[in-house]
Design a protein around this ligand. Structure first.
Ligand SMILES: Nc1ncnc2c1ncn2[C@@H]1O[C@H](COP(=O)(O)OP(=O)(O)OP(=O)(O)O)[C@@H](O)[C@H]1O
Ligand SMILES: [Mg+2]
Length: 243
């Protein structure tokens, strides 16, 4: 198992955001976490990348307990994250942003840059444009590209489709599939559950800080409860809750 999250508890002050979450990601998989606003998806990713401390539980990466390893060392170990809200450097050019992803290493940087440009031709066209002046979708590509420049074994993606036009959403999911096909394991957080379940091998459903369901992604796509709650189908959605 590449990544094992074992019964983690995470607090913000007195608020328990995660109350015993367990998730496993095997090498080569695309695994998705779905769930409503505030369920704890971002917190789970931040805890894996070391941005939040855990109060209980364990995170194993490549069999090693990394629960207390600082975030920058986790990047070097092979955990790459494209954060929610993108987090690019607005005053730096596209290529400078990408090279920031590779700051900790010198090897094969040109080759990796070429691969990122190959996945995202738009970034190659705009390599000298300031990151902050790129459109929302382009900044999303830049954030994913920068995470790829860290050469991750596992890529953590937090809402890569957020705020994108439908055509671009489609494209982002295709690129995620391609990144996985080229050998990178992916842990994907999405509110766009339909598309996430279509690209993922397996999925976990989070509700208020706990996993309430996990299964093959294709099984969840056909699960009536999941359909009603997250895929805009089923009786509840048809009745219209006004939510
Ligand atoms: N910095 C913080 N301080 C206090 N509470 C926080 C903080 N960050 C998150 N929380 C709380 O922790 C819970 C989980 O938040 P989290 O951001 O992980 O949810 P999420 O599943 O990513 O939601 P969304 O789909 O809206 O992004 C929420 O109740 C949230 O209000
Ligand atoms: Mg979130």
């Amino acid at each position: 198992m590449l990544l094992e999250i074992k019964d983690i508890h995470v607090h913000y002050g007195k608020i328990a955001a995660l109350k015993g979450v367990s998730v496993e990601v095997d090498e080569g998989e695309v695994v998705t976490l779905i769930g409503a606003n505030g369920a704890g998806k971002t917190t789970t990713l931040k805890t894996i990348s070391g941005l939040r401390p855990l109060t209980r539980g364990q995170i194993l990466f490549d069999g090693k307990d990394i629960s207390k390893v600082p975030g920058h060392k986790r990047v070097l170990m092979g955990i790459g994250q494209s954060p929610e809200g993108r987090g690019i450097f607005p005053g730096m050019t596209v290529v400078e942003n990408l090279l920031m992803g590779a700051y900790a290493r010198r090897d094969e940087v040109e080759k990796d840059l070429k691969e990122v440009y190959d996945l995202f031709p738009r970034l190659a066209e705009r390599k000298d444009q300031a990151g902050g002046t790129m459109s929302g979708g382009e900044q999303q590509m830049l954030a994913i590209g920068r995470a790829l420049m860290t050469k991750p074994k596992v890529l953590l993606l937090d809402e890569p489709s957020m705020g994108l036009a439908p055509k671009l959403i489609q494209q982002i999911f295709e690129i995620i599939t391609e990144i996985n096909r080229r050998g990178t394991t992916v842990l994907l957080v999405e509110q766009n559950a339909q598309q996430a379940l279509q690209v993922a091998h397996r999925a976990y459903v989070l509700e208020t800080g706990a996993v309430v369901k996990s299964a093959e992604a294709s099984a969840l796509l056909n699960d009536p409860q999941v359909r009603a709650a997250y895929l805009g189908g089923g009786a509840e959605a048809a009745a219209g809750s006004g939510d």
